[in-house]
Design a protein around this ligand. Structure first.
Ligand SMILES: *Cc1c(COP(=O)(O)O)cnc(C)c1O
Length: 394
Protein backbone atom coordinates (compact mmCIF):
# COMPACT_ATOMS: atom_id res chain seq x y z
CA UNK A 1 0.00 0.00 0.00
CA UNK A 2 1.14 3.53 -0.65
CA UNK A 3 1.36 6.11 2.10
CA UNK A 4 -1.68 7.82 0.63
CA UNK A 5 -3.75 4.61 0.73
CA UNK A 6 -2.86 3.89 4.35
CA UNK A 7 -3.60 7.44 5.43
CA UNK A 8 -7.01 7.15 3.74
CA UNK A 9 -7.77 4.06 5.83
CA UNK A 10 -7.03 6.07 8.96
CA UNK A 11 -9.23 8.94 7.80
CA UNK A 12 -12.10 6.57 7.18
CA UNK A 13 -11.83 3.93 9.88
CA UNK A 14 -9.57 4.98 12.77
CA UNK A 15 -10.79 7.39 15.47
CA UNK A 16 -8.83 10.59 15.27
CA UNK A 17 -7.91 10.97 18.95
CA UNK A 18 -4.22 11.44 18.06
CA UNK A 19 -2.50 14.24 16.17
CA UNK A 20 -1.08 11.79 13.68
CA UNK A 21 1.45 12.61 10.99
CA UNK A 22 0.51 11.50 7.46
CA UNK A 23 3.53 9.18 7.40
CA UNK A 24 3.59 5.41 7.48
CA UNK A 25 6.37 3.55 9.30
CA UNK A 26 7.01 0.09 7.91
CA UNK A 27 10.20 -1.07 9.62
CA UNK A 28 12.27 -0.43 12.70
CA UNK A 29 15.80 -1.59 13.38
CA UNK A 30 17.84 -0.45 16.39
CA UNK A 31 17.87 3.35 16.40
CA UNK A 32 16.35 3.61 12.92
CA UNK A 33 12.87 3.83 11.48
CA UNK A 34 11.96 3.40 7.82
CA UNK A 35 8.83 4.84 6.22
CA UNK A 36 6.75 3.59 3.30
CA UNK A 37 8.40 6.13 0.97
CA UNK A 38 11.89 4.82 1.62
CA UNK A 39 13.01 7.51 4.09
CA UNK A 40 15.18 6.69 7.08
CA UNK A 41 14.66 8.38 10.46
CA UNK A 42 17.08 8.44 13.39
CA UNK A 43 14.79 7.69 16.33
CA UNK A 44 15.74 9.47 19.56
CA UNK A 45 12.28 9.02 21.07
CA UNK A 46 11.56 5.39 20.21
CA UNK A 47 7.92 4.47 20.66
CA UNK A 48 7.43 7.10 23.39
CA UNK A 49 10.03 5.23 25.49
CA UNK A 50 8.63 1.78 24.69
CA UNK A 51 11.43 0.60 22.42
CA UNK A 52 13.98 1.31 25.16
CA UNK A 53 16.60 -1.07 23.78
CA UNK A 54 15.88 -0.10 20.19
CA UNK A 55 13.43 -1.33 17.60
CA UNK A 56 13.17 -5.07 17.04
CA UNK A 57 16.08 -6.04 19.27
CA UNK A 58 17.21 -9.44 17.88
CA UNK A 59 17.13 -11.11 21.32
CA UNK A 60 13.57 -9.95 21.90
CA UNK A 61 12.51 -11.01 18.40
CA UNK A 62 14.00 -14.49 18.96
CA UNK A 63 12.37 -14.88 22.36
CA UNK A 64 8.99 -13.90 20.89
CA UNK A 65 9.39 -16.34 17.98
CA UNK A 66 10.31 -19.21 20.33
CA UNK A 67 7.54 -18.49 22.83
CA UNK A 68 4.95 -18.05 20.06
CA UNK A 69 5.65 -21.57 18.88
CA UNK A 70 5.14 -23.02 22.41
CA UNK A 71 2.30 -21.14 24.10
CA UNK A 72 0.99 -17.66 23.32
CA UNK A 73 -1.41 -17.17 26.17
CA UNK A 74 -2.57 -19.02 29.22
CA UNK A 75 -5.01 -17.42 31.62
CA UNK A 76 -4.21 -16.88 35.27
CA UNK A 77 -6.11 -20.01 36.30
CA UNK A 78 -2.71 -21.64 35.80
CA UNK A 79 0.95 -20.89 36.38
CA UNK A 80 3.34 -20.30 33.51
CA UNK A 81 7.12 -20.23 33.51
CA UNK A 82 7.64 -16.86 31.73
CA UNK A 83 5.47 -14.97 34.23
CA UNK A 84 7.18 -16.53 37.26
CA UNK A 85 10.63 -15.95 35.83
CA UNK A 86 9.99 -12.33 34.84
CA UNK A 87 8.65 -11.61 38.34
CA UNK A 88 11.86 -13.06 39.81
CA UNK A 89 14.12 -11.04 37.49
CA UNK A 90 12.29 -7.80 38.34
CA UNK A 91 12.16 -8.52 42.06
CA UNK A 92 15.90 -9.22 42.20
CA UNK A 93 16.63 -5.95 40.40
CA UNK A 94 14.45 -3.82 42.69
CA UNK A 95 13.59 -4.20 46.38
CA UNK A 96 12.63 -7.86 46.45
CA UNK A 97 8.88 -7.29 46.09
CA UNK A 98 6.17 -9.37 44.46
CA UNK A 99 4.68 -8.59 41.05
CA UNK A 100 1.23 -8.22 39.51
CA UNK A 101 1.20 -8.11 35.71
CA UNK A 102 -1.09 -6.11 33.41
CA UNK A 103 -0.82 -4.52 29.97
CA UNK A 104 -0.01 -0.83 30.29
CA UNK A 105 1.28 1.91 32.54
CA UNK A 106 -2.16 3.19 33.44
CA UNK A 107 -3.23 -0.30 34.48
CA UNK A 108 -0.14 -0.72 36.63
CA UNK A 109 -0.92 2.58 38.38
CA UNK A 110 -4.58 1.63 38.69
CA UNK A 111 -3.49 -1.60 40.43
CA UNK A 112 -1.19 0.35 42.76
CA UNK A 113 -3.95 2.77 43.78
CA UNK A 114 -6.40 -0.07 44.42
CA UNK A 115 -3.82 -2.00 46.42
CA UNK A 116 -3.02 1.07 48.54
CA UNK A 117 -6.71 1.49 49.37
CA UNK A 118 -7.06 -2.19 50.24
CA UNK A 119 -3.95 -2.18 52.36
CA UNK A 120 -4.46 0.92 54.50
CA UNK A 121 -6.83 1.13 57.47
CA UNK A 122 -10.58 1.78 56.89
CA UNK A 123 -10.45 5.57 57.44
CA UNK A 124 -7.89 6.12 54.71
CA UNK A 125 -8.96 6.86 51.16
CA UNK A 126 -7.01 9.91 49.98
CA UNK A 127 -4.19 10.05 47.45
CA UNK A 128 -1.58 12.77 47.07
CA UNK A 129 -0.14 13.37 43.60
CA UNK A 130 1.88 16.24 42.17
CA UNK A 131 1.49 19.11 39.76
CA UNK A 132 3.04 18.32 36.40
CA UNK A 133 2.61 14.57 36.88
CA UNK A 134 1.37 12.08 34.32
CA UNK A 135 -0.03 8.74 35.45
CA UNK A 136 -2.30 7.57 32.61
CA UNK A 137 -5.72 8.00 30.98
CA UNK A 138 -8.07 5.69 32.88
CA UNK A 139 -10.43 7.50 35.25
CA UNK A 140 -8.35 6.92 38.38
CA UNK A 141 -5.01 7.60 36.70
CA UNK A 142 -6.20 10.68 34.82
CA UNK A 143 -7.50 11.95 38.16
CA UNK A 144 -4.07 11.21 39.64
CA UNK A 145 -2.54 13.21 36.77
CA UNK A 146 -2.43 16.67 38.32
CA UNK A 147 -2.63 18.68 35.09
CA UNK A 148 -5.94 20.46 34.33
CA UNK A 149 -5.56 20.03 30.55
CA UNK A 150 -5.99 16.26 30.93
CA UNK A 151 -9.19 16.74 32.98
CA UNK A 152 -11.13 18.87 30.50
CA UNK A 153 -14.48 17.31 29.68
CA UNK A 154 -14.25 14.54 32.29
CA UNK A 155 -15.52 16.21 35.45
CA UNK A 156 -16.42 15.12 38.03
CA UNK A 157 -13.29 13.02 38.56
CA UNK A 158 -12.72 10.33 41.16
CA UNK A 159 -12.96 11.74 44.70
CA UNK A 160 -10.12 11.66 47.22
CA UNK A 161 -7.21 13.12 45.23
CA UNK A 162 -5.09 15.97 46.61
CA UNK A 163 -2.67 17.81 44.31
CA UNK A 164 0.50 19.27 45.77
CA UNK A 165 3.33 21.18 44.09
CA UNK A 166 6.30 19.02 42.99
CA UNK A 167 9.50 19.22 45.05
CA UNK A 168 7.86 21.33 47.78
CA UNK A 169 8.34 19.63 51.17
CA UNK A 170 6.42 22.25 53.18
CA UNK A 171 3.37 22.01 50.90
CA UNK A 172 3.49 18.22 51.13
CA UNK A 173 3.53 18.35 54.93
CA UNK A 174 0.45 20.53 55.01
CA UNK A 175 -1.38 18.33 52.47
CA UNK A 176 -0.74 15.21 54.56
CA UNK A 177 -3.14 13.73 57.11
CA UNK A 178 -3.89 10.31 58.57
CA UNK A 179 -6.58 9.97 55.86
CA UNK A 180 -3.93 9.63 53.15
CA UNK A 181 -3.73 6.09 51.76
CA UNK A 182 -0.86 6.73 49.38
CA UNK A 183 1.42 9.21 47.69
CA UNK A 184 2.14 8.59 44.01
CA UNK A 185 5.08 10.29 42.35
CA UNK A 186 7.39 9.98 39.33
CA UNK A 187 11.09 10.10 40.32
CA UNK A 188 11.56 12.10 37.11
CA UNK A 189 8.42 13.66 35.64
CA UNK A 190 8.36 12.67 31.96
CA UNK A 191 5.37 14.34 30.30
CA UNK A 192 5.72 17.17 32.80
CA UNK A 193 9.05 18.18 31.23
CA UNK A 194 11.88 15.98 32.65
CA UNK A 195 11.59 17.40 36.17
CA UNK A 196 13.87 15.52 38.54
CA UNK A 197 12.65 14.90 42.08
CA UNK A 198 14.93 16.33 44.76
CA UNK A 199 16.42 13.66 47.03
CA UNK A 200 15.10 15.45 50.12
CA UNK A 201 11.62 15.60 48.56
CA UNK A 202 11.55 11.82 48.05
CA UNK A 203 12.91 11.30 51.58
CA UNK A 204 10.18 13.57 52.97
CA UNK A 205 7.54 11.51 51.15
CA UNK A 206 9.04 8.36 52.66
CA UNK A 207 9.03 9.84 56.19
CA UNK A 208 5.50 11.23 55.98
CA UNK A 209 4.17 7.95 54.59
CA UNK A 210 5.80 6.05 57.45
CA UNK A 211 4.50 8.48 60.10
CA UNK A 212 0.95 8.35 58.73
CA UNK A 213 0.73 4.69 57.74
CA UNK A 214 0.47 5.56 54.03
CA UNK A 215 1.95 3.73 51.04
CA UNK A 216 4.68 5.29 48.88
CA UNK A 217 4.11 4.54 45.18
CA UNK A 218 6.72 5.41 42.57
CA UNK A 219 5.50 5.60 38.99
CA UNK A 220 8.49 4.25 37.04
CA UNK A 221 6.52 3.67 33.85
CA UNK A 222 8.79 6.00 31.88
CA UNK A 223 11.94 5.95 34.04
CA UNK A 224 12.12 2.20 34.69
CA UNK A 225 13.99 -0.66 33.00
CA UNK A 226 17.34 1.00 32.70
CA UNK A 227 16.81 4.28 30.88
CA UNK A 228 18.44 6.34 33.63
CA UNK A 229 21.47 4.06 33.91
CA UNK A 230 20.00 2.05 36.80
CA UNK A 231 17.19 -0.50 36.62
CA UNK A 232 14.84 1.94 38.34
CA UNK A 233 15.30 5.68 38.81
CA UNK A 234 14.62 5.50 42.56
CA UNK A 235 17.97 3.69 42.84
CA UNK A 236 19.71 7.02 42.22
CA UNK A 237 18.19 8.27 45.47
CA UNK A 238 18.60 6.97 48.98
CA UNK A 239 14.93 5.94 49.23
CA UNK A 240 13.01 2.68 49.08
CA UNK A 241 9.37 2.85 47.92
CA UNK A 242 6.58 0.42 48.91
CA UNK A 243 5.27 0.00 45.37
CA UNK A 244 6.72 0.67 41.92
CA UNK A 245 4.89 0.56 38.63
CA UNK A 246 6.45 -0.03 35.23
CA UNK A 247 5.41 -0.61 31.62
CA UNK A 248 6.74 1.14 28.49
CA UNK A 249 10.23 -0.36 27.95
CA UNK A 250 9.51 -3.57 29.86
CA UNK A 251 8.27 -5.56 26.84
CA UNK A 252 10.72 -4.20 24.26
CA UNK A 253 7.74 -3.27 22.07
CA UNK A 254 5.16 -5.75 23.36
CA UNK A 255 2.34 -4.46 25.60
CA UNK A 256 3.02 -5.27 29.24
CA UNK A 257 2.77 -3.49 32.58
CA UNK A 258 3.70 -4.51 36.09
CA UNK A 259 3.24 -3.39 39.65
CA UNK A 260 5.73 -4.54 42.28
CA UNK A 261 4.88 -4.25 45.96
CA UNK A 262 6.65 -5.16 49.18
CA UNK A 263 5.54 -8.59 50.25
CA UNK A 264 3.51 -7.48 53.30
CA UNK A 265 1.61 -4.95 51.18
CA UNK A 266 1.22 -7.28 48.20
CA UNK A 267 -0.55 -9.73 50.56
CA UNK A 268 -3.57 -7.38 50.60
CA UNK A 269 -4.27 -8.09 46.92
CA UNK A 270 -6.19 -11.28 47.68
CA UNK A 271 -8.11 -13.40 45.14
CA UNK A 272 -11.13 -11.55 43.80
CA UNK A 273 -9.84 -8.04 44.53
CA UNK A 274 -8.11 -7.37 41.23
CA UNK A 275 -7.31 -9.11 37.93
CA UNK A 276 -6.33 -8.71 34.30
CA UNK A 277 -7.26 -11.22 31.61
CA UNK A 278 -4.13 -10.66 29.53
CA UNK A 279 -1.91 -9.84 32.51
CA UNK A 280 1.27 -11.91 32.60
CA UNK A 281 0.62 -13.31 29.14
CA UNK A 282 3.36 -15.80 28.08
CA UNK A 283 4.36 -13.87 24.95
CA UNK A 284 4.66 -10.52 26.75
CA UNK A 285 6.59 -12.04 29.67
CA UNK A 286 8.99 -13.88 27.34
CA UNK A 287 9.67 -10.51 25.69
CA UNK A 288 10.22 -8.91 29.12
CA UNK A 289 12.72 -11.60 30.12
CA UNK A 290 14.61 -11.07 26.85
CA UNK A 291 14.73 -7.30 27.45
CA UNK A 292 16.29 -7.78 30.89
CA UNK A 293 18.77 -10.36 29.57
CA UNK A 294 19.75 -8.13 26.65
CA UNK A 295 20.34 -5.17 28.97
CA UNK A 296 22.62 -7.32 31.11
CA UNK A 297 24.46 -9.18 28.36
CA UNK A 298 25.20 -6.00 26.41
CA UNK A 299 25.97 -3.81 29.49
CA UNK A 300 23.24 -1.38 28.47
CA UNK A 301 22.85 0.16 31.94
CA UNK A 302 26.43 1.31 31.67
CA UNK A 303 25.85 2.49 28.11
CA UNK A 304 22.81 4.49 29.22
CA UNK A 305 24.82 6.18 31.97
CA UNK A 306 27.87 6.92 29.79
CA UNK A 307 26.07 7.92 26.61
CA UNK A 308 23.60 9.94 28.65
CA UNK A 309 26.47 12.01 30.00
CA UNK A 310 27.97 12.26 26.51
CA UNK A 311 24.65 13.46 25.08
CA UNK A 312 24.18 16.00 27.87
CA UNK A 313 27.68 17.39 27.24
CA UNK A 314 27.00 17.68 23.51
CA UNK A 315 23.69 19.41 24.16
CA UNK A 316 25.40 21.81 26.56
CA UNK A 317 27.74 22.77 23.73
CA UNK A 318 24.66 23.63 21.66
CA UNK A 319 23.45 25.84 24.49
CA UNK A 320 26.55 28.03 24.01
CA UNK A 321 25.46 28.61 20.43
CA UNK A 322 21.69 28.89 20.64
CA UNK A 323 20.16 31.37 23.04
CA UNK A 324 16.81 29.62 22.71
CA UNK A 325 18.24 26.84 24.94
CA UNK A 326 17.77 27.75 28.58
CA UNK A 327 19.07 24.61 30.31
CA UNK A 328 19.67 20.87 29.96
CA UNK A 329 18.52 18.39 32.60
CA UNK A 330 18.11 14.66 33.01
CA UNK A 331 19.60 11.42 34.27
CA UNK A 332 21.09 8.84 31.91
CA UNK A 333 19.24 8.74 28.61
CA UNK A 334 16.23 10.68 29.84
CA UNK A 335 17.14 14.21 28.85
CA UNK A 336 15.16 17.43 28.59
CA UNK A 337 16.26 20.54 26.73
CA UNK A 338 14.47 23.51 28.28
CA UNK A 339 13.76 26.15 25.63
CA UNK A 340 12.79 29.76 26.15
CA UNK A 341 9.93 29.38 23.65
CA UNK A 342 7.66 26.62 22.23
CA UNK A 343 9.53 23.73 20.60
CA UNK A 344 7.00 22.20 18.24
CA UNK A 345 8.44 23.89 15.17
CA UNK A 346 11.93 22.60 16.04
CA UNK A 347 10.66 19.04 16.44
CA UNK A 348 8.96 19.30 13.03
CA UNK A 349 12.14 20.65 11.43
CA UNK A 350 14.20 17.82 12.96
CA UNK A 351 11.81 15.24 11.51
CA UNK A 352 12.06 16.85 8.06
CA UNK A 353 15.81 16.35 8.40
CA UNK A 354 15.48 12.73 9.51
CA UNK A 355 15.62 13.00 13.32
CA UNK A 356 12.83 12.13 15.68
CA UNK A 357 12.67 13.80 19.08
CA UNK A 358 9.68 15.02 21.08
CA UNK A 359 8.47 18.20 22.69
CA UNK A 360 6.55 18.12 25.97
CA UNK A 361 5.04 20.76 28.22
CA UNK A 362 5.30 23.20 25.26
CA UNK A 363 8.92 24.22 25.78
CA UNK A 364 10.89 21.08 26.65
CA UNK A 365 12.55 18.97 23.95
CA UNK A 366 12.64 15.36 25.06
CA UNK A 367 15.66 13.39 23.99
CA UNK A 368 15.36 9.73 24.98
CA UNK A 369 17.56 7.58 22.70
CA UNK A 370 17.46 3.78 22.85
CA UNK A 371 19.91 2.30 25.36
CA UNK A 372 21.90 0.76 22.46
CA UNK A 373 22.69 4.21 21.04
CA UNK A 374 26.28 4.95 19.92
CA UNK A 375 28.34 8.14 20.18
CA UNK A 376 28.20 8.47 16.43
CA UNK A 377 24.40 8.40 16.45
CA UNK A 378 24.26 11.01 19.21
CA UNK A 379 26.63 13.18 17.17
CA UNK A 380 24.34 12.83 14.14
CA UNK A 381 21.29 13.70 16.22
CA UNK A 382 22.92 16.75 17.80
CA UNK A 383 24.10 17.97 14.37
CA UNK A 384 20.57 17.79 13.01
CA UNK A 385 19.17 19.55 16.07
CA UNK A 386 21.86 22.20 15.65
CA UNK A 387 20.79 22.82 12.04
CA UNK A 388 17.09 22.89 13.01
CA UNK A 389 17.75 25.41 15.77
CA UNK A 390 19.76 27.61 13.41
CA UNK A 391 16.97 27.61 10.83
CA UNK A 392 14.12 28.20 13.22
CA UNK A 393 15.85 31.11 14.96
CA UNK A 394 16.39 33.00 11.74
C1 LIG B 1 3.22 6.70 29.69
C2 LIG B 1 3.06 6.84 31.15
C3 LIG B 1 1.95 6.31 31.83
C4 LIG B 1 0.80 5.65 31.10
O1 LIG B 1 1.17 4.49 30.44
P1 LIG B 1 0.18 3.83 29.36
O2 LIG B 1 0.89 2.55 28.98
O3 LIG B 1 0.02 4.79 28.24
O4 LIG B 1 -1.11 3.57 30.06
C5 LIG B 1 1.91 6.41 33.20
N1 LIG B 1 2.90 7.01 33.88
C6 LIG B 1 3.98 7.54 33.27
C7 LIG B 1 5.06 8.17 34.08
C8 LIG B 1 4.09 7.49 31.88
O5 LIG B 1 5.15 8.04 31.27
Amino acid sequence: MTTQETVELFDKYVISNYKRLPRVIVKGEGCWLYDADGNKILDMFPGWAVSGIGHCHPKVVDAIRNQAAELLHIDNTFCSEPQGKLAQLLSERAFGGKCFFCNSGAEANEAALKLARLHTAQQKYKFITFEGSFHGRTFATVTATAQPKYHEGFLPLLPGFIYAPFNDVAALESAFSDEVAAVMVEPIQGEGGINIAAAEFLRAIRCLCDENGAVMILDEVQTGIGRTGKWFAYQHFDVEPDIITMAKALGGGVAIGAMMAKEEIAASLTPGTHASTFGGNCLACAAGIAVIEAIEEDSLLQNAAELGQYAKDKLLELKQKHFIIDSIRGIGLMIGVQLTKPGKEIVDKCLEKGLRINCTNETVLRFMPPMIVTKDQIDQAVDILDAALTESCK
